[in-house]
Design a protein around this ligand. Structure first.
Ligand SMILES: Nc1ncnc2c1ncn2[C@@H]1O[C@H](COP(=O)(O)OP(=O)(O)OP(=O)(O)O)[C@@H](O)[C@H]1O
Ligand SMILES: Nc1ccn([C@H]2C[C@H](O)[C@@H](COP(=O)(O)O)O2)c(=O)n1
Length: 234
């Protein structure tokens, strides 16, 4: 067994391991974090899915996304359930499964309204911290403020970046080539610009490692993240 495999085996034996991953849209946070969680036999939390779910709830119950007090109240009221099993992902509002609907471009276009409502963020951060505690602190959690606000005490904190060109290309491929350049720009770069008015996910905070995936393929990126985990979690 290699040293790396011995490390991983130790973590499998129940040691706390919170891996916090932030980064801009299309950098690969969700897909890379999910695979990292599988390899570490840990839970997985997609916090962006929670912002998307609240957006879906507001849109589908007539909550005005421009009304900050109403959005904050919606965050408190919503019966939101999210899976932390990387092999069985779901997002539900009550008994309605919205796993696929929250990925629609219409939700991507509106989600910044929730993400930039500070009262909504406070409630979602509270729920995310509870989910991390409920996991027994063995979880890979990803988003925009995990390394700085949600889990600044995580054993491993990492910023996953990629060039704008790589992120636009990846999102275009992911959406099957159905989006125009202008739509992709709006969904990736313009959304990041809005979201970054309330959280900083373009620079690594003190003690946060950076992995730049611009010139790495998916497998190489997962390996780079696992290398940081091995290094940082010692
Ligand atoms: N290193 C990589 N090389 C090539 N493609 C990648 C790489 N990492 C991720 N991808 C692909 O890029 C697409 C976008 O990745 P993903 O959805 O994980 O990004 P994200 O950072 O979570 O985006 P968002 O924050 O907008 O949800 C996916 O199709 C994913 O498979
Ligand atoms: N911790 C987080 C996670 C997500 N957001 C915002 C930013 C995005 O516009 C939106 C959806 O996230 P995605 O699914 O694209 O990763 O939620 C945030 O502000 N903080």
């Amino acid at each position: 067994m290699s040293a790396a495999e011995v490390d991983m085996a130790r973590y499998r034996l129940g040691k706390a391991l919170v891996v916090a991953i932030d980064g801009p849209s299309g950098s690969g946070k969700s897909s890379v974090s999910k695979e990292t969680a599988r390899r570490l036999h840990a839970s997985y939390l997609d916090t962006g899915a929670m912002y998307r779910a609240v957006t879906w709830y507001c849109v589908n119950t007539g909550v005005d996304l421009a009304d900050a007090a109403a959005v904050e109240q919606a965050c408190k009221d919503v019966d939101l359930q999210i899976s932390t099993n990387p092999d069985d992902e779901f997002v539900r509002i009550g008994s309605t499964d919205i796993t696929d609907e929250i990925r629609e471009p219409s939700i991507s276009a509106s989600v910044s309204a929730v993400a930039t409502t500070l009262g909504a963020r406070a409630e979602l951060v509270r729920r995310q911290q509870q989910i991390i505690a409920d996991s027994g602190r063995r979880i890979v959690a990803e988003g925009r403020d995990i390394t700085t606000v949600v889990a600044p005490d995580a054993e491993v904190r990492l910023l996953l970046t990629a060039s704008e060109e790589a992120r636009l290309r990846r999102r275009g491929l992911q959406l099957g080539g159905t989006q125009s350049d202008a739509d992709l720009h709006e969904q990736v770069l313009a959304r990041d610009a809005k979201d970054s008015t309330v959280v900083n996910f373009s620079e690594a905070a003190d003690g946060v490692f950076t992995v730049d995936s611009s010139d790495l393929d998916f497998e190489q990126t997962v390996e780079a993240v696992l290398a940081v985990v091995r290094h940082a979690a010692h």
